[in-house]
Write a protein of this length. Structure first.
Length: 296
């Protein structure tokens, strides 16, 4: 059985930890509100822009002029993995890394055996994970979340798009956490490039949009498609950012509850140990008094 001093020290230590986790929960809740507002505003814009992008890509594919929709034999693959810069957010980061490993093993096993898979890790945790395992990485985007904005994410999107346009990569996939609510984050694995065409049945059931191009179709598409692709990456990063704060808030709330339960157990142990010590001292005093009386 632990001594009273050891139990007291553990109570103080757990109490301090509980205060830290409670403060981290409050900080995560404040950041979550801002990041949640950002992603809720971004989703309708990104979805509408993505629909326009798909329609324009279908139109331009008829002329063979859209380099971002060109389908090739998949020999070289880039996987964009969006994680966080910090831990203490439950299984948030490990779920992304598991999803990347599953994607490689199930879909790109041949390319992995040939060493033709590279990782673009957005977030420090992902970068550290893949570099420690000697996986080829592209770029260094470990400070994106320190000053999250479209400008900071655009560089990563442009590097990925340049790699596809020049033929360095034949396919690019996005792996990230999609924000649903504070307690739920869903892993998403999406094809970023080449741009996917809509299924024929979906096109048939959808009302066709009649676009008027001004000044010209080529000039509009040349500006719109790259911008839409960058918005897709930015949206994935915003989803991941909101998911991170939600996961950290949930993890710190659970840690605070666990600390409270542990404190109850430690205080109970402390009281029992103290009572046992007092009882032992009383028995020793009574035994000494009886021995003294018997000797007289």
């Amino acid at each position: 059985m632990a001594s009273l001093k050891e139990v007291r020290n553990r109570i103080v230590s757990v109490g301090s930890t509980q205060q830290i986790t409670k403060a981290m929960k409050m900080v995560a809740a404040a950041k979550l509100r801002r990041s949640q507002d950002n992603i809720m505003r971004m989703r309708p814009y990104a979805q509408r822009l993505n629909n326009i992008l798909t329609n324009l890509s279908n139109v331009q594919n008829e002329d063979g002029g859209n380099v971002y929709a060109q389908k090739r034999d998949v020999q070289r693959v880039l996987i964009i993995a969006v994680t966080s810069d910090r831990g203490l957010c439950g299984a948030f980061n490990s779920n992304v890394m598991k999803a990347v490993n599953v994607l490689i093993n199930e879909r790109y096993a041949t390319q992995a055996a040939a060493g033709n898979i590279e990782i673009m890790a957005i977030g420090k945790k992902g970068h550290e994970y893949f570099t420690k395992r000697n996986m080829p990485t592209v770029g260094d985007y470990t400070t994106v979340f320190g000053n999250l904005s479209f400008e900071t994410v655009r560089a990563a999107a442009e590097q990925a798009m340049e790699g596809f346009r020049t033929g360095r990569f034949d396919q690019i996939d996005l792996v990230y956490n999609e924000f649903r609510n504070v307690a739920t984050q869903i892993i998403r694995t999406e094809q970023f490039l080449p741009i996917q065409e809509k299924p024929q049945e979906q096109v048939a059931n959808q009302t066709e949009s009649d676009y008027i191009f001004e000044p010209s179709q080529e000039e509009i598409v040349e500006q719109l498609i790259p911008k839409s692709l960058k918005i897709q990456v930015y949206k994935a990063v915003l989803e991941s950012n909101a998911s991170e704060h939600g996961a950290r808030m949930t993890a710190m709330d659970k840690a605070t509850e666990n600390a409270g339960e542990l404190l109850k157990q430690l205080k109970l142990t402390y009281n029992r140990t103290r009572q046992a010590a007092i009882t032992t001292e009383i028995l020793e005093i009574v035994g000494g008094a009886e021995a003294l009386a018997a000797s007289r």
